[in-house]
Design a protein around this ligand. Structure first.
Ligand code: PMV
Length: 321
């Protein structure tokens, strides 16, 4: 039979299924904090950017019995329980029933520690649940669902991770304020070393809180990180790569002072600097998580990627102009 024998394509004439009776897929990008991790928890500003090519995906499909979770091969122990709890928290926040029986497949899409995996999970679950129920996945509801998931895992998150993931734009972010998407800035070239770390963000953040309570000099360190983030934004606006690098270097020293830098982080930073990086620092919670290096240009970022090897990638933020 020739395809034209089937008559004109009319989607409305096709049998359809109601929302919830067909698989739903949603994705959310990872993020990278350029400046301001940890200090952002205390109200200081942070600069963060989406990692659009690295996307966590969630598929919801009708199941046979209860909730069945499917994860990437080699997913860490307890990941299934975390996804179930996240799903329940997102559904409760959205006031949507948990559609049972349900199959939930989560693929992390190459995200690792420090790249906002739990935030991307919250954003993708929020989107998938809304779509499953035939509702629009608007930013406000997706952000609320993702925040509920982040609270589950991180206690009192600054919100930078899930906000960047949901809005998928470079942001100047301050806790509790409407974030400012950044546009029209010159391109900055980075290398990112993705590393899986067993350290929990919640525990690292709690450790910083404890040390701040015991040492007032560290409170000043946090305030200084805020000023350095502002210097960094101004440097970026001027296209001054060296000055942006100085801001990264100053923040790395401050983060070391806060006790979130592991020896393996220092080694990785030395490798990046040895390969000609302008600056390098931890990104995200630290303690063996991902590392970020600034380069003069794309070629320089490629050199750092080669020196770091497996798990490294190059990306640019801003307008290629
Ligand atoms: O390591 P990640 O991706 O979970 O990033 C955490 C960022 C912190 O600033 C350390 C915590 C927060 O709530 O902002």
């Amino acid at each position: 039979m020739h395809p034209s024998d089937l008559g004109p394509y009319d989607p409305l004439a096709l049998p359809d299924t109601a929302p919830g009776e067909r698989p739903t897929i949603a994705t959310a990008c990872g993020k990278v904090i350029l400046l301001g991790e940890h200090s952002v928890v205390y109200g200081e500003p942070a600069l963060a950017a989406p990692l659009s090519p690295l996307r966590l995906s969630v598929v919801l499909a009708p199941g046979e019995d209860g909730v069945r979770i499917e994860l990437d091969d080699g997913a860490p122990e307890g990941a299934s329980t975390s996804v179930s709890r996240a799903l329940a928290a997102a559904a409760a926040e959205l006031d949507l029933g948990l559609p049972l029986p349900l199959r939930v497949a989560v693929r992390t899409g190459g995200l690792r520690s420090g790249m906002g995996t739990s935030a991307a999970l919250g954003v993708a679950l929020g989107r998938a649940l809304l779509l499953w129920h035939g509702e629009e996945p608007d930013d406000a509801r997706v952000l609320a669902a993702a925040e509920a998931v982040e609270r589950l895992f991180h206690g009192n998150p600054s919100g930078v991770d899930h906000t960047v993931s949901a809005l998928e734009a470079p942001l100047w972010f301050r806790k509790g304020e409407t974030p400012d998407p950044l546009t029209g800035l010159p391109a900055l070239h980075f290398a990112l070393l993705r590393r899986g770390s067993a350290a929990s963000t919640a525990e690292i953040v709690a450790g910083v809180r404890e040390r701040l309570g015991a040492d007032s000099a560290l409170v000043r360190t946090v305030a200084r990180m805020g000023r350095v983030a502002e210097d960094g934004l101004e440097a970026w606006e001027r296209g001054d790569v060296a000055a942006f690098g100085e801001a990264m270097t100053a923040q790395q020293a401050a983060l070391d002072g806060l006790g979130v830098v592991a020896p393996s982080d220092r080694d990785g930073i030395d490798v990046a600097l040895g390969a000609g990086a302008v600056a390098a620092k931890i990104t995200g919670a630290g303690m063996g998580g991902s590392l970020l290096a600034l380069a003069e240009d794309a070629v320089g970022a490629g050199r750092v990627v080669d020196a770091w090897g497996a798990g490294a990638l190059a990306f640019a933020v801003g307008d290629p102009g």
